[in-house]
Each structure stands twice: as structure tokens, then as C-alpha cells.
Design a protein. Structure first.
Length: 118
């Protein structure tokens, strides 16, 4: 009977030690909320939004571009320019976007219109 008590004590002591050590398993791990984006994804969204703002500002600041006709989208540092502008502005808009720090790639989907004769 004494052996049974010792064995039961050892089993309970083992389970107790394991239960006490479980809270330490999560140390250093950031809690997440179900359905929320991972922090790196959120950071990328902020960076993309900031990059879009900087590209739009640079296009607007260039006095030779019809910036209001250019739509800028950004995903993971990849900038897409879309819209219809005079043909001679397509390459210039591309160049302006490429000069912005943080732009990884420029996809130039701008379409050109003929400049009316003056």
C-alpha cells in the first residue's frame, strides 16, 4: 500500500510541475487577436499608404504632368501608374515615380492621348 501512495504522489507531483511550467511556454510570444493581420502585414500597409502619398505628391509637384489624371496604387512597394495622359508625359511620370525612395518596381499602365495641335 505504501508503494501505491508513493507512485500516486510522484504522478501528481509530475503533473503539478508540468502545470506550473506551462505559463512560461508563452513567454516572449506576442498575443494576437483572431482575425487581425500580422504586425508585418500591418506595417506593410502603412508603408504602402505612405509610399502612395509620396508618389502622388511628387507627381503633383512636377509642373509638366497632368497628375490628376494619374491613379497610383501601391502593393508591397510595387507602384502601378494608370490613367490617360498626353503621350509625352508617360515616360516622365514613370521617371518621377522611380525616383521615390522605397519604390521597388514601377508598373507603368498609363495610356497616351495625342496632344491637340495648338
Amino acid at each position: 500500500m505504501n508503494t501505491f501512495r508513493i507512485a500516486r504522489f510522484l504522478v501528481l507531483a509530475t503533473y503539478g510541475a508540468a502545470a506550473l511550467s506551462l505559463p512560461a511556454c508563452g513567454e516572449g510570444v506576442e498575443p494576437t487577436t483572431q482575425g487581425s493581420a500580422p504586425p508585418s502585414h500591418l506595417q506593410q500597409q502603412v508603408n504602402d499608404a505612405e509610399l502612395k502619398s509620396r508618389v502622388n505628391a511628387a507627381l503633383t509637384a512636377d509642373g509638366h504632368l497632368k497628375a490628376d489624371a494619374i491613379t497610383v496604387t501601391v502593393k508591397k512597394g510595387e507602384v502601378t501608374l494608370a490613367g490617360v495622359v498626353p503621350v509625352e508625359q508617360i515616360a516622365r511620370a514613370d521617371d518621377v515615380a522611380r525616383r521615390i525612395d522605397g519604390v521597388a518596381v514601377v508598373i507603368n499602365a498609363l495610356r497616351g492621348t495625342a496632344t491637340p495641335a495648338s
